[in-house]
Structures are given as structure tokens and as C-alpha cells.
Design a protein around this ligand. Structure first.
Ligand SMILES: [Zn+2]
Length: 402
């Protein structure tokens, strides 16, 4: 039963050895069956990976292969200054920038590699333009698997190199990049390559651990809201599945209301939500500095819309200017996230202004990846520095004292 896939839409069941991540009946994404009971195994995070600490919630991960690079167990940092500025009870940032390849993707990739090994694969792959490509390349190297990374044909060399350093078989693919998700799955099935793409069920399971950790870090008082920068929708699904499973297990008393945060330059889910539609339409041409959430046709978009209804959530889009401002505010608190990581904070500011989020709320925002992944964003900031000679250093310093 626990090894079954369930359709997120029509609830039809499939065996999890069915390698397709989509429902054969309705085409919507599949998911591992929701866990109904369990407890936290008191294994130390210093010694054991998250899927062993939370192993009641990962019954299908039974490989003992040593693939961990130390993913997960990230800080949940309280930002009192920001909470004051926003007139909120509490604001917490789940800082995913400190994962082994500097983004949350490592959680799903580690599980994906274990699952591929369980199924007997020696080849893995992914389709990505950013965080996921580096993550799969790193874990493929760690597990000594033949690793195929498919990137956009015109990807800039400074973005390709941080992936290529792990020595995967990196292929630049020209043509319609949007088709690659489906094409790669088909080619993978024909050539025994396990593609760990954006929202495949095992990757979604990795994101559950973000919710598990938040619950532990808040002494099992779940936040009122969780604000998630959303692209394909897999991370959103995983985080909400994690809260649901801890709730089912009696570990928390409530499930946070989810906020889907997107940028105005690529907001297919927000648009459908505002139109009260249950089906995503292709957003068309995108234009956003939050490249990490730039998917115009999210494969789990409809599933996210269903979760927003189920958990009384909301969806909001923010502009480039609002993203840059939020990125600066986060940095002023000591956390440097990529533009996509600043999107949830910008969303909270907006939702406070129209009082969608009430002042007495506890809010957790997810900072998904490191600012060093997208240094092009520096040009949007007015960054300051000074210069002087050694002999004049004290004069210079004194002129800057406040
Ligand atoms: Zn279905």
C-alpha cells in the first residue's frame, strides 16, 4: 500500500514501479500514497540523513547506499526586525541556500538517486536550466552513476560551468525546451535512464522534509502560513504533503495555509487562481529576474490549484522591483538568496498591505536557493564600497562612523 502511486486528481492507483510520473487515465501528476501514521525516529541529524530520521514517512526508501552529501536539516531563522516592519507576530525563513549544491533540490535528488538504485538503474538524468541540473550532477557523481543533464542550447557558459564541474554527460538541446520534460521521460524509459525531473513523485517526497523540519523547529506548533516560491509545483506539493502527514500522525494540530508566490513576469498559477480556474494555461512569453521560478507551463500547476482550495490558500504575484527590494531586505538580515528566494517575502509584504495575512500570524517563508547562483541580480542593486590609502584609513573610517 505504501509503495503505491496515487493520482493527485482522480485518485487512481498505480504501482510505484510504474516509472511514469503521470496518471495513465487523466494525465495529472502521480504521488506516493499519503502516510497516515508514524513517529520521528530519534536518530541524530549529525549522523543520519533525513530519510532515516523520518523513516516512518519514507517506507519505500530501503536502500542502504551511502549517497548523502549532508542535504536538509537547514536552519529556520527568526527575523524579528522584519516581523516588526511587517507588523506581524513572527516571520521565519527556512534557509535552503545552505544545502550541498545551495538549493532545496538536493533533498529530492538524494531520494531520487536512492530510488533509482532500488529500481536497479545505473543511469540517471534531469532536464533543468539551473539548480536541479547542478544538484543531479553532484549526486550522480557521488553515487558513481552515469548522469545525463539536458540544458537549453543557448545557456550561457557561466551557468553551464557550475554543472559541468561535476563531469556529467551534459547536453545542450536546441529547439522547444518545453517539450523536453515529456521527451526525456520517453527517451529515459527506452534507454534505462531514470529522469529525476522537476515534479516526479520521489522528488516531491524530498520536499516533505522541509515541512517536517519546520514542525520540529517550531516545537510542533505549525506556522499559520507557509509561503512558497512556485515554478513546476513539485516543491509546493511536497511541503504540503509533509504538513498533512505530520498532522495525520498527530504530531501537529493544524496545517498551515499555503501561499503560492510567483513573479508577475511568469505567473500561470496566480492567473488561474485569480480567474477561479482549475486548469493552468501556458503563460506565454516570460520575463522575470526570478529565473528559478520561470516555468510558463508548470506540470504540477493544476495540483497546486487543488491544494490551494483544499487548504484555503492564496496565490500572489510580485514585480521585479518588489523582488529586488525583498532580496535586499533578506540580505540586511544576513540571508543572501537568489531572486526566487526573495519572492515569498515580497508576497508577504503585499498580503500584509491588503490584510490577507493578519498581524497575529506566524509566517514561514521558503528561501529556495543561494544568491550566488544568480550574480546577474547584482546590477539591480546600488551596492556601495569605499577606498582609501593605508595612511588615511583612520580618517576614512571616522568619516563613516555613525
Ligand atoms: Zn488521474
Amino acid at each position: 500500500m505504501k509503495n503505491q502511486f496515487l493520482c493527485t486528481n482522480c485518485a487512481k492507483q498505480f504501482p510505484s514501479t510504474n516509472h511514469s510520473p503521470r496518471c495513465a487515465e487523466c494525465g495529472e501528476p502521480l504521488s506516493f500514497v499519503t502516510i497516515q501514521s508514524g513517529s520521528i525516529n530519534e536518530l541524530s541529524p549529525l549522523k543520519y540523513p533525513f530519510w532515516q530520521r523520518y523513516r516512518d514517512f519514507y517506507p519505500y526508501v530501503n536502500s542502504s547506499a551511502d549517497v548523502s552529501l549532508g542535504e536538509g536539516y537547514t536552519p529556520l531563522t527568526s527575523l524579528a526586525k522584519l516581523a516588526d516592519e511587517l507588523d506581524l507576530d513572527s516571520v521565519y525563513v527556512k534557509n535552503e541556500t545552505i544545502n550541498p549544491t545551495w538549493s532545496f533540490k538536493d533533498r529530492g535528488t538524494a531520494l531520487g538517486v536512492l530510488f533509482a538504485l532500488n529500481l536497479g538503474y545505473t543511469r540517471i538524468g534531469t532536464v533543468s536550466t539551473g539548480n536541479m541540473a547542478a544538484s543531479v550532477a553532484a549526486y550522480g557523481a557521488r553515487a558513481n552513476l552515469e548522469t545525463f543533464i539536458l540544458v537549453k542550447g543557448d545557456m550561457a557558459v557561466e551557468k553551464v560551468s557550475p554543472i559541468a564541474i561535476y563531469s556529467p554527460k551534459l547536453i545542450r538541446v536546441f529547439g522547444d525546451y518545453g517539450q523536453l520534460y515529456d521527451t526525456s521521460l520517453k527517451i529515459g524509459a527506452d534507454n534505462q535512464i531514470y529522469f529525476i525531473n522537476s515534479d516526479v513523485p520521489i522528488r516531491v517526497e524530498g520536499s516533505k522534509s522541509i515541512a517536517f523540519e519546520i514542525c520540529e523547529q517550531l516545537a510542533f506548533n505549525a506556522p499559520d502560513y507557509v509561503v512558497i516560491p512556485t515554478s513546476a509545483g513539485g516543491n509546493f506539493r511536497g511541503i504540503m504533503k509533509g504538513f498533512r502527514e505530520f498532522y495525520n500522525a498527530g504530531l501537529i494540530d493544524s496545517i498551515p495555509r499555503p501561499i503560492c508566490a510567483q513573479s508577475t513576469g511568469c505567473a500561470p498559477i496566480v492567473k488561474a487562481y485569480q480567474q477561479r480556474s482549475y486548469a493552468i494555461k501556458h503563460f506565454g512569453q516570460t520575463s522575470t529576474i526570478a529565473h528559478g521560478i520561470g516555468n510558463p507551463s508548470p506540470p504540477s500547476g493544476n495540483a497546486v490549484l487543488r491544494l490551494l482550495t483544499e487548504y484555503n490558500g492564496s496565490a500572489v504575484a510580485v514585480s521585479n522591483e518588489e523582488i529586488v527590494s525583498a532580496q535586499k531586505q533578506l540580505a540586511a538580515c544576513g540571508i543572501f538568496g537568489q531572486p526566487a528566494s526573495a519572492v515569498p517575502l515580497a508576497a508577504v509584504k503585499k498580503l500584509r498591505q491588503d490584510n490577507t495575512i493578519e498581524p497575529q500570524a506566524t509566517v514561514a517563508v521558503i528561501a529556495t536557493g543561494s544568491g550566488l547562483k544568480y550574480t546577474a541580480a547584482f546590477e539591480y542593486h546600488q551596492l556601495q564600497s569605499y577606498e582609501t590609502k593605508v595612511a588615511e584609513l583612520e580618517i576614512c573610517l571616522k568619516s563613516l562612523l555613525s
